[in-house]
Write a protein that binds this ligand. Structure first.
Ligand code: SF4
Length: 355
């Protein structure tokens, strides 16, 4: 629990060793990059990162953050450098300190533990995750059994389950459906993690409905706009791409899904990287068209580094493939609006410069 020494379940940020410049080898066809858009930062990530920055500015270092504020190695190491300390659990934080809850959300038990330690909690849970928490609470009050489609062990899933622990069953994949045991097949509702594959989730729902015809739907999609938009864009790029490069960290659910979606939709190969220096020369053998995208927690500067390295390898023509415009913004967590002097409440989020 210190800068540079994250707890056991947090991925240790690292910058890979430098690699020589990529070589420009002939491939028998014009080389180009198809750059998916939208890509990169979503409104919830932007808000969460600004919340930590603002907390450091308002209260000074250290500011504690429970879990990674967003699932990106580069973002976490940058914030560590500025004085954020990432911890696994509330119990590691000194009494009375400032503690930020990550964008993935927390269970009510975590909120209670922070209050018991008299921590100054700042809740950077993405409002679209909070929406799912509210659904879980409401469905539990209605005595419905909740089938939560999501990945075991993901922080968002733990937080959502914590809002209705007695009433929620986790469904990890379509194959889980056949094994499910429910109390009352007449009183079931499904909800989901926000960062899943849309297609796989719909397949899970289809199988659930086959088994439980009275299954109720949530009032609106739980897979968030950013996850959906990034998948739609890469679906358009993938059939034309010999190789897709997804910038994003290994523990970023939506980034990992982008690799899967690219392969399912025709990309000949797809790789996830944290940093451009992880691109291997042999990935480019015979590759004319490279698709590039990034997960919702990835700063654009990392994508630009990929484009610069690909330019070294002869991929100078960059064509943007845009499938949606995004302009959603969320205001800062209320604790920061309350504490800030001046009019921090009016500070626009989600629209800051993304170089
Ligand atoms: S990926 Fe979606 S749910 Fe997660 S922080 Fe971004 S907008 Fe919110």
């Amino acid at each position: 629990m210190s800068n540079g020494a994250l707890g056991t379940t947090l991925e240790t940020p690292h910058v890979p060793a430098p690699r020589g410049r990529l070589r420009d080898e002939p491939v028998g066809a014009p080389k180009r990059v198809l750059l998916a858009a939208p890509r990169g930062y979503c409104a919830g990530v932007d808000r969460a990162v600004i919340a930590v920055e603002k907390a450091l500015e308002n209260y000074g270092a250290p500011v504690y953050v429970r879990k990674q504020i967003v699932h990106n190695v580069h973002v976490v190491s940058e914030l560590e450098r500025r004085g954020a300390i990432f911890v696994d659990e509330v119990e590691e934080v000194p009494t009375g300190s400032h503690l930020v809850f990550s964008a993935h959300g927390v269970s009510p038990m975590v909120v209670q533990s922070a209050a018991e330690r008299e921590l100054q909690a700042i809740d950077a849970t993405c409002p679209l995750v909070t929406k799912v928490h509210r659904e879980a609470t409401r469905f539990a009050k209605q005595d419905l059994q909740i089938l939560l489609i999501g990945h075991a062990g993901h922080e968002e899933v733990e937080g959502t389950m914590g809002h209705a622990p007695e009433r929620t069953i986790l469904v990890n994949s379509p194959d889980d459906v056949a094994r499910l045991e429910v109390d009352d097949p007449e009183n079931l509702v499904w909800i989901s993690q926000t960062t899943l594959s849309v297609d796989e989730t719909m397949e899970t729902v289809r199988r659930l409905r086959e088994r439980f015809p009275k299954l109720q739907d949530p009032p609106s999609d739980d897979i968030c706009y950013a996850t959906q938009n990034r998948q739609v864009a890469i679906k358009k790029v993938a059939p034309q791409a010999d190789l897709v490069i997804v910038v994003g960290s290994a523990n970023s659910s939506n980034s990992v899904r982008l690799v899967e979606v690219a392969l399912e939709h025709g990309a000949r190969a797809a790789h996830r990287i944290d940093y451009s220096s992880e691109i291997r020369q042999e990935w480019l053998d015979g590759v004319a068209t490279v698709g590039v995208t990034s997960g919702a927690s990835v700063p654009e500067v990392l994508v630009q580094e990929v484009l610069a390295d690909l330019a070294d390898a002869g991929y100078l023509a960059v064509e943007e493939v845009r499938t949606a415009e995004e302009d959603l913004m969320f205001s800062l967590p209320k604790e920061l609006r309350r504490d800030a002097s001046g009019n921090a409440d009016a500070r626009a989020l989600g629209g800051r410069a993304r170089a």
